[in-house]
Design a protein around this ligand. Structure first.
Ligand SMILES: [Zn+2]
Ligand SMILES: [Zn+2]
Length: 125
């Protein structure tokens, strides 16, 4: 089954600071806290940093924010802007803004229990 990584609606809760809510075309709903999104930032620098600490954005279930040093702080987005039609870019209050969060990526790192279970099934050895 291919995922339909096209959002039906996207709400970035900048004022409330609670994160991002996405409803997908297939009816699935995802909620991402800002600190979670910041911790899975797909930019090269953050990816390298995570790799150095032994974990990857494809495995959000096992992420431990405490391991991330300053990345684990309660970061908030101060601005969100579209990147073409395929991604969102956040400006974080720690000054970082290099990551483009594509819809595919966001769907992939959806932290909900159902998606975590689906990943378990796939990665179970
Ligand atoms: Zn980054
Ligand atoms: Zn999900």
């Amino acid at each position: 089954m291919s995922r339909s990584a096209e959002p039906k609606s996207v709400q970035v809760q900048l004022a409330a600071g609670t994160g991002v809510d996405i409803e997908w075309q297939d009816g699935h709903r995802s909620h991402y806290s800002f600190s979670y999104l910041r911790s899975v930032c797909p930019c090269a620098a953050c990816s390298a940093r995570r790799a150095a600490q032994g974990w990857q954005p494809g495995a959000p279930r096992t992420m431990r924010f405490d391991d991330l040093g300053t990345l684990g702080a309660a970061v908030r987005a101060v601005k969100a802007e579209p990147v073409g039609k395929y991604a969102l870019r956040f400006h974080w209050d720690d000054g970082h803004r290099d990551g483009d969060y594509s819809w595919d990526f966001l769907r992939e790192v959806c932290p909900c229990a159902a998606c975590a279970r689906a990943k378990d099934d796939v990665s179970a050895v």
